[in-house]
Design a protein around this ligand. Structure first.
Ligand code: CA
Ligand code: CA
Length: 442
């Protein structure tokens, strides 16, 4: 075969391979038995669509409310009831996509799903190379009064993307991970989730986002996500054996009901931590988490919290406002027996403004790298540094592509003394140096 005809052959094979990726549709008026999953004859359920898919295929989920019923539970296994079980994997470069149909909003309403003595997972994703986008889950229930939890999205696979998902007004954790590597949770919102059923109804089990990877589950990243009015914490990676990254995420009003009644722990970002007793789960090498360009506002307890972690984390360019304590670096000794001031943390370019009680707590600056934070340099932050202190902007609608909205809240005025007061931590910045806090002034 001559080179030119070989190239033509290769190109046409490639095009044929591309064309083989199929598209399926799921709609409220669909039918799993009579229909073949086309636009005009859609399936009724994602579970039926999964059966049809191969790596590289896309399932478009049409808009509207999918009122889920208990007889639709895909699998009941021991203590769990999985409404959806996405256990079919895509392949590298050929994810299976479950996407909201462009311009439409599919809502999975779990209100009526109350399996006795079982934990509910609205979506259990055990497959890998899956991309879920634009789906809303609401009303996920907790049915047990003892220690338990339910979850909107539960990940066990790797290389998955969770994008523009919205998990709200339920009793469940929004997103939860204990195993799986290199997952990206992008531009998702978890809000008004309060477990008022279990353990006295204090809501201590419902975080917005929970990420607790076991050893070997590396590279999980949360980017552009928001968590508010979740009854426990906004973002929580207690008992994470591997590094978790929180990048450009906002966490506010967690640990409260919408009437600001005190509920669970109420931390904006809970970076790590272990129980009081050293057990086999504590890894030999304690991970350093990465929390950067994040915003924590008026969480019940701490904005940024090290939570008795037996080691340090990286805290870069975060902004904390009106939290009980804005930055609390409380650590434990390596044998997990004694609380001590935070050690091995790297804190750079962070901005603390008007905490309800403390700017910082538990930082042993002789054992940490503490550079150019508003609380570690002689500078006084005041209202006049900010363009706006209007907190309502935090819940503004996202951009069309799902990115966080452009807001003025906590952005620095052009003449703020906090501009260019940071140190270079390897990210792009404007002017002569990075600014303090999460928003760089152009
Ligand atoms: Ca928690
Ligand atoms: Ca700058």
């Amino acid at each position: 075969m001559k080179i030119r005809s070989f190239i033509l052959f290769a190109l046409s094979s490639l095009i044929i391979a591309e064309c083989q990726a199929k598209i399926y549709f799921v709609a409220i008026n669909g039918n799993d038995t009579a229909n073949s999953g086309t636009l005009t004859a859609p399936f009724a359920t994602i579970m039926r669509a999964q059966k049809a898919t191969l790596a590289g295929d896309t399932v478009y989920v049409r808009g509207g409310k999918y009122l889920m019923a208990e007889n639709q539970i895909a699998r009941k296994q021991r203590i769990w009831a999985m409404m959806h079980l996405l256990d079919k994997s895509g392949a590298p470069g050929k994810r299976i996509n479950y996407w909201a149909y462009p311009g439409e909003k599919p809502v999975f309403d779990m209100t009526n799903v109350k399996p006795l003595n079982q934990r509910v997972m609205a979506f259990n994703v055990t497959g890998s190379w899956i991309h879920i986008k634009g789906i809303e889950v609401t009303g996920t229930q907790v049915t047990q009064t003892g220690h338990t939890q339910s979850e909107c999205f539960h990940n066990e696979g790797s290389h998955n993307i969770y994008e523009q998902l919205s998990m709200h007004d339920g009793q469940a954790i929004g997103f939860y991970l204990i195993r799986g590597s290199d997952n990206l949770i992008l531009n998702c919102d978890a809000y008004r989730n309060w477990d008022y059923t279990s353990e006295g109804g204090k809501g201590g089990n419902a975080d917005g986002f929970g990420c607790h990877p076991q050893p070997g589950s590396t590279g999980n990243v949360f980017r552009g996500c928001r968590a508010w009015f979740n009854s426990d914490d906004g973002f929580d990676c207690i008992r994470a054996a591997e590094t978790v990254t929180f990048d450009h995420c906002w966490s506010f009003y967690n640990g409260y009901s919408t009437e600001f009644k005190n509920l669970g722990d109420g931390n904006g970002f809970k970076a790590g931590g272990w129980g009081l007793v050293k057990d086999e789960r504590v890894p030999d090498s304690i991970p350093m988490h990465i929390i950067q360009f994040c915003v924590a506002v008026h969480n019940r307890a701490n904005g940024f919290y090290s939570n008795h972690q037996p080691g340090g984390s990286y805290w870069y360019n975060n902004t904390a406002y009106e939290n009980g304590t804005n930055f609390n670096m409380l650590n434990r000794t390596s044998d997990i027996t004694t609380d001590v001031p935070g050690y091995n943390h790297v804190l750079k370019n962070n901005l603390s403004f008007e905490p309800r009680t403390y700017e910082t707590q538990w930082i042993d600056s002789t054992k940490c790298v503490v550079l150019n934070n508003s609380f570690s340099i002689p500078i006084k932050v005041s209202k006049t540094d900010f363009v706006s202190l209007d907190q309502s902007q935090l819940t503004a609608a996202r951009k069309k592509n799902g990115n966080l909205p452009d807001i003025d809240f906590l952005k620095l005025k052009n003449n703020s003394k906090l501009i260019d007061k940071g140190v270079d931590v390897g990210f792009k910045f404007a002017g002569n140096a990075p600014d303090l806090g999460a928003f760089e002034t152009k």
